[in-house]
Design a binder for this molecule. Sequence first.
Ligand code: ZN
Length: 417
Amino acid sequence: MPASERTRRELFRRGGGRCAMCQRFLVIDAGPGGAGYHIAEAAHIVAEAADGPRGRGDRPADVNGIANLVLLCPSDHRTIDKGAGARLWPPDKLLRLKRDHEAWTAVLASRPPQPSGDPVPARTPPGPGTVIVVDGEPYRLCGGTRGVRDVARHADGAFEVTAEGDGSAVWCQGHAYGEGGTEGHAWLRRSEAEPGAGTLRAALADEAALLLDLPALPGLPRLLGVDMTAEAVTLVTAMPSPLTVHDRLARAGLLPGPDELALLARALPPLGEALGRLHDRGSAHRALSPGTLLMPALDTVMLRDLGLASTPPRAGERDDPCHAPEQAAGTVLPGPPADVHRLARVLYELITGCSPGRRARQVAPSTLNPAVPARWDAAFRDALAADPAHRPDVRRFAAALRAGTRTAVRAPRGRGR
Ligand SMILES: [Zn+2]
């Protein structure tokens, strides 16, 4: 027997009509004249059936009682109930989330309305050296005395923090090191904001759901842990090595030679497959840069994170050095072709030492670095096309570079770590 209508209503009231995870408002406004409706779901913390999610172990006296239900959106309900999601969200963690969420809802409801002119206290964001605990595991943010390094160009020691709006919300991401049972390099992304405020929380909750939904592939990051309170979401993914493709293959002042290029070609298909899986679902990374392409082993290039995959695309969303034309301006929404363009820009600079520029036609890479196979020139020309519709899909681009080189592969000198 499911929870009663009365219990559901009370759960909706206690949760302020917002999902406890992504904090999205769950009432859909039908617009003028229409009747609004809600998409809220009363998710069981311990399943009704013993063989359901979190159904084993201690069972509450009333499995359909309000104490065993948490208010979620349909997407987050699905996430906690299937596969690795059920493991990542044990009953005690969901119970904490529910209590936290309902407590904050009560505080917000009893607080007098703030005069709009009042300054909002700014947050003190975490920084290098800060230890953040996720799922009971301590992760120390790297960077230390070397200062903040640009996350677009590095993964090793990188850290970035941005304040949203008036400084009452902060977003940060960076290289962390697991100091507990998950000892090793990790990538951490965190959003802090007043409950119900801050636009990046929902994106981070969606990213956790997306990571759990994607298959385990060598080119995709693996979710180590996720922590959600009413005010913060932290996501930690494994980083087998903080070495990027540039760290491995482009030694300072030296262009990659035939051996490095052959290694690159061999290591790209796993990345093509990882991006292809995102593209198959209609989403795209949209933030590929030298720092996001890790090379943990000589046969694999992998994504450091999922970039902007869970943020809705818009024209004008990025104008960083690697942006695809449609990201800076235009009427075409950035999607999978933007990843192909960005990837080609990053690789062009890696193999030639020069930026491809923003002209309609780039200098052929094999002209700038004689070690580049001539067959790569056409692949880069197509991938860098200004019109997204003229670019190949990402798996084809990776396969074209793979097919373009058949040089014997030898390990390059002294690039291990
Ligand atoms: Zn949600």
